[in-house]
Design a binder for this molecule. Sequence first.
Ligand SMILES: [Zn+2]
Length: 308
Amino acid sequence: MTMYEFRSPQANTLNRDSDLDSGIISHEYCHGLSRRLTGGASNSNCLNGDQEAGEGWSDLCSLFVTASATDTRDTPRGLGVYVLYQTPDGRGIRPSVYTTNMDINNFTYGQIADRNLLTIPHGVGFVWATANWEVYWNMVDRYGFDPDLYKGNGGNNRYFQLMVDGLKLQKCNPTFLDARNAIIQADIINNRGANVCLIWKGFAKRGMGINANDGGDIRTTDVTEDFNVPPECLNPTNAPSTSPSMQPSSLPTQPPSRPPSKQPSSLPTQPPSSSPTQPPSSSPSQQPTTAPTASKSGKLGKVQKVFD
Ligand SMILES: [Zn+2]
C-alpha cells in the first residue's frame, strides 16, 4: 500500500499525510478485500477493464467505517477531505460528494461512458459507489443505524455484509450489473430476499434498473441505463406471498453465467411475504423508479488522480 503526502492547497500550511486520513486508509485496505474476494479464493486478478468497480467498493468501505449516527441520506460525504483541508462535507477528491440527493449528486450509470466527465477507474468507481450509497440508505431507513461495526445489526451493518458477500459471489471481471446481481443474490441467500426490492430501488435510481444493459463486457462505452424496478417492487405489499423464485430450494448458488441484463426473467424480483418492516410505497426513498429529472449540466471535469 502506498500512502501519499498531499500538497497543501494553502500557503504557509503543512502538507498533510494520508496516513492520518481514516477515509483513505480504509479505502486502500478495501482494495485488498475486493480484489481477493472477487472471482474466487484462488484468483486475485479479477478486477480489470474500464467497467471495474474496485474504486467504488473502496469508497464505500471508507464511508461505512467513518459514518456517524447523526448522518442522514442527504448528508454530504466527501472522500479525502482531511488531506485537502476541507470540512467533512467537502467534495474531496471525487466528482461530487456522496449523497442520495439528486440535486447535489446526479450521477448515473449511463455517464460512465463519458471520459470527459468521469475518469477510469476513480470516476467510474464513484458512480458504482453512488448507486450503492442509495442501497445503504434504503437499508438504514428500514433497519436503523448501529454504530457497532463488529456486532451491529443495523441497516448499515446489513448492507456492508451484503456488499462483502456479493464480492464473494460475483464472477471474475464483473460488470456493474454483474456486481449488482451478486448483491441481490447475497440477500436471497442470507435473508431469503427480504431486501431485494430495497436493493433494486437503490440501483434503479442510479440507472442500473431491470432493463439496464452492460453491453455484455467490461467496457463502459456500450452501457444502457434504465430506471425501472421489477413490477413486484412497485407495490411490495401486494406481491405474491409465494413465488417459486423466492423459495430456498430454487435459489441460485452461483452468479449468473451470462450478463444479467440479458436475463431479466431469471433475476430475483420479488420481496418475501415475511417482510414486516417494508416501508410504504409512498416513502420518498422508495420512489426512484422513474428517470431522474435533475439537470446533468453540472459537469465537474476530470478528477485529479491523487490516490489509487
Ligand atoms: Zn483506490
